[in-house]
Design a binder for this molecule. Structure first.
Ligand code: GAL
Length: 423
């Protein structure tokens, strides 16, 4: 059993970083299929939608790009592609993928519809999602499938549309503007109520996401406060999807974005959703957990205090360790930014001159608007042996702006390492 570890890059079964963001999950034939934005580390440009599969929501196998970059059209060159979600049509048996397609200025929003006979794809774009004879011009979107098989498309501001049974078009708009100012909508049903989660509009920055509830998807929708304790910025995440397990539990899937190095350093925040008290909530942050609730974490073997704080490019610390894996614990904060983590070992003795081999190297984000102490990186499994871990400041200080021009981003380029842990 592999754990779901929040806020650290995940490695797939080939040892590559899991590159899937703004995700949705579909359960099919005993496996979970994860669809997400396949990001790059430089430009915010569509690079495909990825698909991974797993039986336990951890230990993901890369299934390839479900929808690759297109030569032209709504997801052609210099376009943005976001928030892919997959539903299966109960009448045709086809899998249907919906996603937000836009230009790089977010001034040409569409929702694309693409279909595939097999869950992993390749999906072929059918066209833009139409409503009342015209392309629906919306951006952030999500999907929800009810127990009776009725499916809905959700958009920013809280518009809710019932989809046709073939899933290719919209039958009817059932709710309008129930969450003004809301983005990244996600929905689920529990305890006789429907629950809608939305974020506020702060671009890649995190904020305190909101909850609404209603007796039916058409409403009336009532605001129910914040999803997570105030000021935690939804445990430093933005809602993307809610997954219901076969036993009825619900799991919140959220993004901890990292602009511009989203491919390397954006991470997942997945938490059990609590709806016991009559309100949907994420009361606490868990760094690591498993869906079978078994405690399977290996005990800490060594813990080396490091106390490294550096901002200038190239400043670094090195710690030797013996084992088959290593973890880095530190503090994220508003004045922190990207660090480079490298695992090294000595080159074979007969190498002249004797040198070192970089076993792996990973960019990790130390930034968060709300400071948080915790695990920042966990290596993939390594062959047991003697290694060194080197952590360097990159000196980068990225910034980004939301549509009204507001600037976001770190106020410094600090990397703050507290301890190195082996298990
Ligand atoms: C967010 C949105 C993301 C992405 C980003 C771009 O608010 O939820 O999906 O579009 O803005 O700034």
């Amino acid at each position: 059993m592999t754990a779901i570890r929040n806020g650290v890059p995940w490695y797939d079964t080939d040892g590559e970083v899991v590159n899937a963001h703004g995700v949705g999950v579909v359960a099919h034939d005993g496996r979970f299929y994860l669809f997400g934005e396949f990001k790059t580390d430089d430009r915010n440009v569509f690079a495909g939608f990825s698909c991974y599969s797993s039986t336990e929501l951890a230990g993901w196998t890369f299934e390839g790009l479900a929808l690759p970059p297109q030569v032209d059209g709504l997801l052609g060159p210099d376009r943005v592609g976001e928030r892919p979600k997959v539903l299966r049509s109960p009448v045709t048996g086809e899998f249907v993928l919906y996603a937000h397609a836009d230009d790089l200025a977010y001034a040409d929003p569409h929702i694309i519809v693409a279909t595939s006979a097999s869950v992993t794809g390749p999906y072929v774009i059918v066209g833009p999602l139409m409503f009342e004879g015209r392309a629906l011009r919306r951006w952030d979107m999500g999907t929800f499938e009810d127990d009776d098989g009725t499916a809905y498309l959700l958009t920013h501001e809280g518009d809710i549309f019932r989809l046709s049974d073939d899933r290719l078009t919209i039958d009817e708009q059932v709710a309008a503007a129930v969450a003004p100012g809301g983005e990244s909508p996600a929905m689920f049903r529990s305890g006789g109520a429907y629950w809608l989660l939305v974020s506020n509009k702060t671009s890649w920055e995190r904020n305190d996401n909101l909850v609404l509830s209603a007796p039916s998807p058409s409403g009336p929708w009532t605001p129910r406060g914040l999803l997570a304790p105030e000021g935690t910025l939804t445990h430093n995440s933005q809602c993307s999807f809610v997954l219901r397990l076969a036993d009825g539990r619900h799991i919140y899937l959220g993004d901890r974005w990292s602009f511009p190095r989203q491919a390397s350093a954006a991470t997942q925040v997945w938490l059990p959703l609590n709806v016991d008290g009559g309100v949907a909530a994420l009361p606490e942050y868990l760094e690591a957990w498993t869906i079978d609730r078994e405690e399977t974490f290996r005990p800490v073997r060594t813990r080396t205090d490091v106390g490294f704080r550096a901002s200038r490019e190239g400043e670094h610390v090195e710690v030797a360790f013996t084992g088959d894996g290593v973890e880095v614990v530190g503090r994220s904060a508003p004045d922190c930014s990207y660090g480079l983590i490298e695992v090294l070992r000595d080159a074979p003795r007969d190498d002249v001159p004797p040198g070192e081999v970089i076993v792996l190297s990973q960019i990790v984000d130390w930034y968060s608007l709300v400071p948080q102490r915790g695990t920042r990186w966990v290596s993939p499994p390594l062959p047991a042996g003697d290694y060194r871990i080197r952590i360097s400041a990159t000196g980068e200080r990225p910034e980004w702006r939301k549509k009204d021009g507001t600037r976001f981003g770190p106020t410094g380029s600090l990397v703050d390492v507290e301890t190195i842990v082996t298990r």
